[in-house]
Design a protein around this ligand. Structure first.
Ligand SMILES: Nc1nc2c(ncn2[C@@H]2O[C@H](COP(=O)(O)OP(=O)(O)OP(=O)(O)O)[C@@H](O)[C@H]2O)c(=O)[nH]1
Ligand SMILES: [Mg+2]
Length: 466
């Protein structure tokens, strides 16, 4: 774990009157991660009275001791602090089970009252993103408030709670659902002494660890630099805190310390390279279009099963995984339909709600391939409780890409997961059935080749009209 939970500082100060520790004192104890705070005051007969509070391990929180005369405080020396540290460590280890080297994060969502109804859903998705990035999620905080604090987004009281919780659970990282300004990242990480990132940065990080092809790498680095540029303000220390480990993959730290000018140069070079790559791709595409073979592109929310479907249809072995953004690169395969007609099927990067603008821009090139498609096969994970919202999100992105008018075939996937649902939750089951009718969708299970027949028949019909 490395880092000590307490700072090794004890604050001893005097109170003129015989007062207890104030609320401000306790705030200092929390936010400054002091071992202990003491208010010393004089009692009658010149006796010295000590009011002591400290962070406690079991249950983790704050313990305020009753006032003690100074003679009685011998037990609160360094041995006491050491055992406190050990207690805190133990509380964390029993929770983690074993020593875990992953980053340990607390998720945070802050929004204005009345503005959003989908907080639970978006937190669930943020959790999935964190899992994909290899981060262990310890806890989450939601604040819905009438006024947002422009400096730290969340209110000060809530931030204190977060600091305490982070200490209790040995968190190393705060992940905000909302996009943070560079100043907010700085303010929050100064107050909490934790690494602070937002959802966009988490997604960029996942993309960076996934990029394999030259295309993918160039696009991700470009997106990262574009995201970073406005956040580079020459504060070296803050930058390195921002960039270590998660949220800092891809371009290395040394590269990030180069000045803005060099970043601009790098961006220009990458854009140039991307253009060249895109020209190659265009040539390949035009050959395909000229060959007159119908192109069907599988699109859909990330983790819908797009690559699995392409694999099942064409007996290929594209990488699939139950994590978000398993695929970054486009793959194309030929498929002979039962009618002997050939088609090309392509699989692309998955979509996600509010894709960071820098990523959307960078991936426009990859997504350009969708322009050539004769049909968009929109795959939906019908077993995901958020499938309806995901359909809407995919449609939004398709419109942004100027693809709203392309013919679209909606296909409900993972129907094998719905078997038990009818007994367990008839309402949810009916909702899926209704949505399926509404979208005129074909139902399949991409992991089961036998279930694909209705889809193949539908494709045959559509292709015969192209
Ligand atoms: N139960 C079940 N699981 C499926 C089915 N289709 C795909 N999966 C699983 O869903 C997960 C995601 O599948 P992928 O094919 O990687 O999904 P994708 O849409 O390509 O995802 P990204 O490339 O990450 O956007 C994998 O664990 C698959 O095994 C299905 O019909 N039934
Ligand atoms: Mg995939």
């Amino acid at each position: 774990m490395g880092r000590k939970r307490l700072r090794g500082l004890r604050l001893i100060h005097s109170h003129l009157k015989n007062e207890e520790l104030t609320e401000d004192d306790l705030t200092d104890l929390r936010l400054l991660r002091l071992d202990l705070i003491v208010a010393v005051s004089q009692f009658e007969n010149h006796k010295i009275l000590m009011n002591i509070a400290h962070i406690s391990a079991d249950p983790v929180g704050i313990t305020v001791l009753p006032p003690l005369f100074i003679e009685k405080t011998a037990g609160y020396g360094s041995n006491f602090i050491n055992s406190l540290e050990r207690g805190l460590d133990k509380a964390i280890q029993t929770e983690a089970g074993t020593e875990d080297i992953r980053e340990r994060a607390i998720l945070i969502s802050v929004s204005k009252a009345g503005e959003r109804r989908d907080i639970d859903d978006s937190l669930a998705e943020l959790k999935e993103l964190a899992r994909t990035a290899g981060v262990q999620v310890l806890d989450s905080f939601v604040q819905v408030s009438r006024n947002l604090n422009p400096r730290t987004l969340m209110g000060e009281g809530k931030l204190q709670e977060v600091v305490i919780r982070a200490m209790q659970r040995g968190a190393t990282l705060l992940i905000f659902e909302q996009e943070l300004t560079p100043a907010q990242v700085r303010a929050i990480s100064t107050v909490t002494e934790l690494k602070v990132i937002d959802r966009s940065q988490l997604i960029l990080d996942i993309f960076a660890s996934r990029a394999k092809s030259r295309d993918g790498k160039v696009q991700v680095e470009l997106a990262q630099l574009k995201y970073l540029l406005p956040r580079l303000t020459g504060r070296g220390v803050q930058m390195s805190r921002l960039m270590g480990g998660i949220g800092g993959r891809g371009p290395g730290e040394t590269k990030l310390e180069i000045d803005r000018r060099r970043i601009h140069d790098r961006i220009a070079a990458l854009e140039h390279e991307l253009e060249a790559l895109s020209r190659d791709r265009k040539q390949r595409r035009s050959r395909r279009v000229k060959a007159g073979i119908p192109i069907i592109s599988i699109v859909g929310y990330t983790n819908a099963g797009k690559s699995t479907l392409l694999n099942s249809l064409t007996r290929s072995e594209i990488f699939t995984e139950n994590l978000l953004f398993a695929t970054l690169d486009t793959s194309s395969r030929r498929l002979r339909l039962p009618s002997e007609k050939e088609i090309i099927i392509t699989d692309t990067v998955g979509f996600i709600r509010s894709l960071p603008a820098s990523l959307m821009g960078a991936f426009k090139a990859t997504l350009e391939e969708l322009q050539d498609a004769d049909l968009l096969l929109h795959l939906v994970d019908a077993s995901n409780p958020r499938f309806e919202d995901q359909i809407v999100q995919v449609h939004t992105i398709l419109s942004e890409l100027g693809l709203a008018d392309k013919p679209e075939l909606v296909v409900f996937n993972k129907t094998d997961q719905l078997e038990g649902l009818k007994q367990k939750d008839i309402i949810a089951f009916l909702r899926i059935a209704q949505a399926r009718r509404r979208y005129n969708a074909v139902a399949i299970s991409a992991i089961d080749c036998k279930s694909l027949k209705p889809l193949l028949d539908e494709l045959k019909l559509i292709v015969s009209k192209i």
